[in-house]
Design a protein around this ligand. Structure first.
Ligand code: MN
Length: 359
């Protein structure tokens, strides 16, 4: 029969029939060599109706082709289950959107305006918790951490006397830190820490010659009556700010892989796995002078700060770090959780975290 008659009998348009034929489905029984007219056999009406119905059910053409070779009811049951699952998944997602929007409605619609850093601002209460662990591979814990009233820090020691280096760095930072003078007090303390480690390394003892340390510190800084928070950094330990559930990195690593990331050569993810990820471009104790980075920290009451050594973020991605900081209100528990995650992911390095709640 002609394509017109066939189309009328099976309910599929001539255009659809040509599409199916092009896909190898329902090939005409005969094609006139001269006119190109297509002819279908009466026996093809049955398959054509099956195809039409399966298309209405949204079954892909490629699956219809295999089904027509061996039409088993079991395959229909399977499509039915897949459809059920898909519908459930999509309904669930829609329900979650509803919940998500309701949560959003309670949060501010516009980004929180950070309070100005000037005008006799009073410093909120800072409360810290911490955890440190040797990990599963290293023979000693060369990390050090510091929690003081207005000063918090982590340091990651390196070299044969790495443990002495990180401890000396933080002791010197604490002893020389002055809140007055704005971030300069924090910067000077950081430079003093560098001098102390550098002089120790130059003392002539061969086992001290290669000692060095990273340092990442957060301190309360005061200038002309205004109080604020600032961070200093040398090396690849980090400071983060958790604000309304969003984790933001405050420091830039002084490392070879960070330079590669900034140049666009590798991704942050590739940096975490890079064989040269521990190669630093700046560290305390390497020379008589050091260039620390300093950054003002924008914060509101309720924010949370994190200081950590590379043993954390090399093992645990930032999404998981943010999730742990959000789900544990108790800062001590959050710190223990983060260190536990680093160990669970391999514990290849010492890991130290300090969590500071701003209230
Ligand atoms: Mn480390």
């Amino acid at each position: 029969m002609s394509i017109g008659e066939f189309s009328a009998r099976c309910g599929l348009s001539p255009k659809m029939l040509r599409t199916y034929a092009a896909d190898g489905l329902l090939t005409p029984a005969a094609v006139d060599q001269v006119s190109g007219y297509r002819y279908y056999a009466p026996g093809q009406v049955h398959d054509a109706k099956t195809i039409g119905l399966l298309r209405r059910a949204g079954v892909p053409l490629v699956h219809i082709a295999t089904f027509l070779c061996a039409p088993r009811p079991g395959r229909l049951d399977q499509w039915e289950r897949e459809l059920d699952n898909e519908t459930r998944t999509r309904l669930q997602a829609l329900a979650e959107v509803r919940e998500h929007l309701a949560l959003d409605a309670r949060a501010p619609r516009t980004p929180t305006q950070y309070a100005p850093q000037r005008g006799g601002r009073r410093m909120p209460t800072l409360t810290a918790g911490s955890a440190t662990d040797i990990g599963l591979v290293r023979a000693s814990n060369q990390d050090a951490l510091l929690i003081d009233d207005a000063l918090f820090a982590v340091a990651d020691g390196m070299g044969g006397a790495g443990e002495a280096a990180s401890t000396l760095a933080l002791n010197t930072l604490q002893a020389t830190f002055a809140r007055k003078g704005g971030p300069d007090g924090l910067l000077d303390a950081c430079r003093a820490a560098n001098s102390a480690v550098w002089h120790e390394a130059q003392s002539g003892a061969p086992d001290l010659a290669d000692m060095g340390s990273t340092i990442t510190a957060i301190g309360v800084v005061t200038r002309a009556g205004d109080e604020g928070l600032a961070a200093v950094n040398v090396g690849d330990s980090r400071a983060y700010l958790l604000h309304l559930g969003q984790l933001r990195r405050l420091t830039v690593d002084h490392s070879h892989v960070q330079d590669l990331v900034l140049a666009g050569d590798i991704t942050e993810q590739e940096a975490r796995l890079h064989p040269q990820r521990s190669l630093l471009t700046r560290a305390l104790g390497i020379g008589p002078n050091v260039l620390p980075d300093v950054v003002d920290i924008p914060y509101v009451s309720g924010d949370r700060l994190l200081l950590c050594t590379d043993g954390l973020f090399t093992e645990v991605d930032e999404h998981q770090i943010g999730a742990a900081l959000t789900s544990f209100r108790d800062r001590g528990q959050a710190a223990t959780e983060l260190v536990g995650l680093a160990t669970a992911h391999g514990g290849h390095d010492n890991v130290s975290v300090v969590i500071i709640d701003i209230n």
